[in-house]
Design a protein around this ligand. Sequence first.
Ligand code: DGJ
Length: 329
Amino acid sequence: MRFSMFLFTACLAGSLTGQAQDVPKKQAEFKPGDVWLDTKGEVINAHGGGLLYDKGTYYWFGEKRGQSASEGVNVYSSKDLYNWKPEGMALAKSTDPGSEIAANGLMERPKVIYNPKTKKYVMWFHLELPGQGYNAARAGVAVSDKVTGPYTYQKSFRPNGHMSRDMTLYVDDDGSAYHVYSARDNYDLRLVKLTDDYLSATTQDTLLFSNHREAPALFKKDGQYFLITSGCTGWAPNRASLHTATSLFGPWKLVGDPMKGPMADKTFDGQSTYIQPVQGKKDAFIFIADRWNPKDLKDSRYLWLPISFTNNQPVVEWTDAWTTGVWKK
Ligand code: DGJ
């Protein structure tokens, strides 16, 4: 009796403090659009994110969101891509009110890459300065010796004077790294090569196209680069488009919408954020998108879908549940 009372009290205390009640069962598949729990049973809070594969483990970095607040960058780790262990905050907001990353600014779309020369993990993100809405349009940079952080904030800037909002990072086969970013109030999509330490932008900065696009996600297969972007409609979903090139500096050719199936014309009610190659599988890439809930941003859902190829062009087809077993090799 006393034992069951203890359980009752413990459960009640848990519900009052908002703690997770049960440790979730092990996940064995992706369910795009469902509520995704971490290994402690909490809802995963990593939006506009990107992945890094490092020494046998995947790390998922994403925006920690409140109802509307931008609260910093969370990081999770996983060996299998289905079960994600919370590793805490990779980069927290500064408590110094004079800091560029103080509470009422925005940190969006964080991406992390590893620099083998400096042995540092380097994070870039879209930074909006405190109290300035979306007017600052800057790229922020933070660095860490450890993949999960904590990352130390370095600086922010507009690459070569260009506005920088939605962004991604891409490391090519030769170790050169690039920042792809929406510029000129999102009318332009640009690419700039990073310095060897990945901490700054070089002057090798080029206009990819001026189609009013954002949410860039980039990958390469058989010497061909593929770039998926969204239109610019705030948090509301819109039609995705695919561009291809054989050089990152272009020319980039518009192919069309790579999405297929119900709601394909609205990217399945989502917006691209990243494309992750699956280790140990051939030509296996995961398209990663956010299904934003603007009324409660932390409740935004994750859409991860397999990329297939038709005539060497990527196709993203909706599926309710799937595993990496879709790739045989
Ligand atoms: C669309 C962008 O892709 C998001 O990252 C975010 O900045 C929203 N706009 C804000 O409306």
